[in-house]
Design a protein around this ligand. Structure first.
Ligand SMILES: [Zn+2]
Length: 312
């Protein structure tokens, strides 16, 4: 019996070497996409008990003085894992945590960061707190249901201690690393921030969905305006909230086409007095196979657009 146990134990040790298993069951890999800018690319899926909510991008930027983290993933277990990975890459303290917007795959890891005493500022849009207070319990329960991740039971509400007004930009220097954080009026939600890293001419933003069907939760017309404004901004690369790093035009143009197409078709249906059912069945999208999660999000987008444009 004893020898069998040793064999099992050795097999387990070997397996652990080749297939690392963390205590929370989640492992994140961060890639240095640009100098000092690390990104973990989440999976293109909805949360489930296999991906454990690892569905959104998480990034961190290292300056000469300190580190800024952008988003926290969708559970305290993911938050903890992010901190662990940052500490493997740098011994600089984490000084800033930025929440790009109030969706659970981006903020539910926040409570793990509270233990990091070096964090001075938790930054959010002026409308973020309202969204978090209203939706925290709902998102926590919804995420528990979809992932069965126990660590979510330990999640608690954390609010930003530095907010950015709609339309304004906040400047932060991490030590020879100037960062500009802009609060948008309307986009993916009503509380979106974008983070611009001057050093690498890269913008991190949830307003851009690469390959993944954008989910319209605020105004399509507002979001379209934001995208047009972004096209005029001076940056070269985009790290989206979901999807890979892209050049500015490659990332924004397909989304703008999708939005313009949706708006013009829905306007036409309204002018012909067609109903919502008709619009959902008949709003066509070019190259729909290029859009992941199309079946999940596109009909909802049509329905949102239909309501928004009904009385214009
Ligand atoms: Zn979102």
């Amino acid at each position: 019996m004893k020898s069998k146990f040793i064999i099992f134990k050795n097999i387990f040790i070997l397996l652990s070497i080749f297939f690392p298993i963390s205590s929370q069951g989640i492992e994140l890999d961060f890639i240095e996409t640009k100098p000092g800018l690390f990104v973990h690319f989440g999976k293109h899926e909805d949360s489930n008990n296999k991906n454990l909510g690892d569905i959104a991008n998480v990034s961190f930027l290292i300056g000469k003085k300190s580190v800024m983290v952008v988003d926290t993933g969708s559970s305290p277990a993911i938050g903890k894992e992010i901190i662990k990975e940052i500490k493997k890459k740098t011994n600089k303290p984490i000084s800033h945590l930025v929440i790009t917007h109030g969706h659970p795959d981006h903020f539910l890891g926040m409570s793990s960061f509270i233990k990091e005493k070096s964090i001075q500022k938790i930054i959010g849009h002026e409308k973020l707190s309202r969204s978090l207070i209203l939706n925290f319990d709902f998102y926590q329960n919804q995420s528990l249901e979809s992932t069965s991740d126990d660590s979510l039971n330990d999640a608690f509400l954390v609010l930003p201690n530095l907010t950015v007004e709609s339309g304004k930009t906040l400047k932060i220097d991490l030590g020879d690393r100037p960062i500009k954080i802009k609060a948008w009026r309307s986009g993916h939600t009503d509380n979106d921030l974008s983070i611009y890293d001057e050093k690498t001419k890269t913008i991190l933003t949830e307003n851009i969905f690469v390959h993944r069907t954008p989910s319209i939760t605020a105004s399509i017309v507002g979001w379209k305006k934001t995208l047009e404004e972004m096209l005029e901004m001076e940056f070269e690369y985009i790290i989206p909230g979901h999807g890979e790093l892209k050049s500015k035009e490659d990332a924004i143009k397909p989304m703008l086409n999708y939005f313009n197409n949706l708006i013009s078709q829905v306007r036409k249906f309204h002018s012909e007095s067609k109903d919502l059912d008709y619009a959902i069945k008949n709003t066509l999208v070019k190259n729909k196979h290029n859009w992941l999660l199309y079946e999940e999000y596109h009909p909802r987008n049509v329905s949102r657009t239909f309501t928004e444009l009904e009385w214009e």
